[in-house]
Design a protein around this ligand. Structure first.
Ligand code: PEP
Length: 260
C-alpha cells in the first residue's frame, strides 16, 4: 500500500450467498469496524443483485459502499435478465465487480465484454473493480505476464485518462480463489507491480501512482498484513472470509494500519 498516493480498499465479494433477510444483521455486525477504521480504508460490500436494495438501506449513513458483482454492458432495452449500470447507480450502488474469473469461466465473459462493461459502469459513474488473473495452467506455462497484460489492456481499451483513476484493478490468480491457497506476498507483489507498470505505460506515471490495485484469492486475517505490506498492493477483494462480518472487520482493522 501507499496511502500517500492512493486509497486502501477492502472489498467483500459475497458471491451467491446470504438471503435478503440476513443483510441487515450482517451490516450491523460490520458497522463498528466501518466507523472505527473506514476513514483509513475504503470498505465495499458486493452482494447478489437481489440483496442490493436492502444492502444500500442497511449501510446508509455508514462508511460502507455497496457494490454489485456484475453489470450489463447495455444501457437499457430488450436484455431479459440483465441489470444495467444506470439501474444500479440509481439504487445507490457505487462499485461493480467486472470480469470475475467465475464469470469468465462459467458465464462466457470475455475480454471484450469486460471492456464494454467497464465503459458502461464508468458512464453511469460506478467504479469498476476489474478482475484479472491467470489460471494454474497459464502460470505453469510461464505466461502469467502475457495473460495479465492482455486482460488489463483490453479492459482499459478506450478508457480516457480522465476516467481511469476511477477504475480499481483486482489481481486474482484463479488458482488462489476459494482454494485456501493464497499467492505468496512475493508472487502477488510481482504481478501487482507489473500491472502498475502497464498502467504507467498506458497513462503515465501520475495516473499509475493513483490507481488502486487489489489482491484477491484466499485472503484472510492471517495473510492480509503481509500482502498489504507490498507497495503495489492497495487492498483486497475478499470472498470466503468476507462471509463472516467478524473476520471482515478484523481484515479491515489490519488494513487500517501502515505497513510501508
Ligand atoms: C473472489 O472470489 O473474489 C475471492 C477472492 O474469493 P476467495 O477469497 O474465497 O478466494
Amino acid at each position: 500500500m501507499n496511502r500517500k498516493y492512493r486509497n486502501t480498499i477492502i472489498a467483500a465479494n459475497l458471491k451467491m450467498n446470504m438471503l435478503p433477510s440476513n443483510i441487515k444483521a450482517y451490516a450491523e455486525a460490520l458497522k463498528p469496524a466501518a466507523s472505527a477504521y473506514g476513514k483509513r480504508c475504503g470498505i465495499v460490500v458486493c452482494p447478489s443483485f437481489v440483496l442490493v436494495p436492502q444492502a444500500v438501506k442497511a449501510f446508509r449513513d455508514s462508511r460502507v459502499s455497496v457494490g454489485a458483482q456484475n453489470v450489463s454492458q447495455f444501457e437499457s432495452g430488450a436484455y431479459t435478465g440483465e441489470v444495467s449500470a444506470p439501474q444500479l447507480a440509481d439504487l445507490g450502488v457505487r462499485y461493480v465487480i467486472i470480469g470475475h474469473s467465475e464469470r469468465r469461466e462459467m458465464f462466457g465473459e470475455t475480454d471484450e465484454t469486460v471492456n464494454q462493461k467497464v465503459h458502461a459502469a464508468l458512464a453511469a459513474n460506478l467504479r469498476p473493480i476489474v478482475c484479472v488473473g491467470e489460471t494454474l495452467a497459464q502460470r505453469e506455462m510461464g505466461i502469467t505476464s502475457e495473460v495479465i497484460t492482455l486482460q488489463v489492456k483490453s479492459a482499459l481499451a478506450g478508457v480516457p485518462a480522465t476516467k481511469v483513476r476511477r477504475v480499481v484493478i483486482a489481481y486474482e490468480p484463479v488458482w488462489a480463489i476459494g482454494t485456501g491457497l493464497a499467492a505468496t506476498d512475493t508472487e502477488a507483489a510481482a504481478v501487482c507491480r507489473e500491472i502498475r507498470t502497464l498502467v504507467r505505460g498506458l497513462y503515465g506515471a501520475r495516473i499509475a501512482r493513483a490507481v488502486s490495485i487489489l489482491y484477491g484469492g484466499s485472503m484472510n486475517e492471517q495473510n492480509t498484513r503481509g500482502l498489504l505490506a507490498q507497495p503495489d498492493i492497495d487492498g483486497g477483494l475478499i470472498g470466503s472470509a468476507s462471509l463472516s462480518p467478524e473476520t471482515l472487520s478484523a481484515i479491515i482493522e489490519i488494513a487500517s494500519h501502515d505497513y510501508v
